[in-house]
Design a protein around this ligand. Sequence first.
Ligand code: PEP
Length: 247
Amino acid sequence: MRTSLVAANWKMHGTQAFARQLLADLDKGLASSNCSAQVLICPPFPYLSLVGEAVGGNLALGAQNLSEHASGAYTGEVSAEMLLDCGARYVIVGHSERRSLYGESSQLVAEKYAAAKQSGLIPILCVGESLEQREAGKTLDVVAEQLAAVTELALANPWQDAVIAYEPVWAIGTGKTATPEQAQDVHRFIREQLGEAGAVTQILYGGSVKANNAVELFAQPDIDGALVGGASLKAEEFVSICCAANE
Ligand code: PEP
């Protein structure tokens, strides 16, 4: 049995005051609801410790990125160990914004994934196709290639203690959501690709998830929760998404 996980990706939004207020509102909203889902907050690096002070119970801390290196002369980078020090349990790797804006290849993403796993962090590996790739009928090939970069590293139990997020690039921040059927088809495919571990690995959907589409997405058998960008910056909306994961 897989539990539901709803993860907030705050990206590069807000200030310290905004983070404090959002956290307080989330805390209140989650406490007064009956949400059983695990909830994960991935704030910008400077606010990790601030959010880290509030986590516990069903609320966990994650980061949005990490270095593939353990330590050394890598100006501006943050290691897995540092994230653990701040109280993080999860880290997002291979978000499409990292792949497209910062040129992260599937191979680099796989190295970051390995660095996270080796340190004991749970990586959330983002995979997904562009609109052009979907229209060319290449969705499953693209996702398979992104997953294969990890298997090629020949890690022991590569999919154990890991989360996958299927995030069609055309649905991120655009207001366009994959239909529940489109998402389910890719989630089922991903689960098959994971082999035995697929039965227990949480596979999240991401791409314009809102309170008004979460219930039908979460009703799909292979969708175990969501990675939420824009809607995670509004406490009430995000709490509604978390609660939809109960149903
Ligand atoms: C994301 O950034 O991972 C994401 C899914 O964003 P949004 O919910 O805004 O589409």
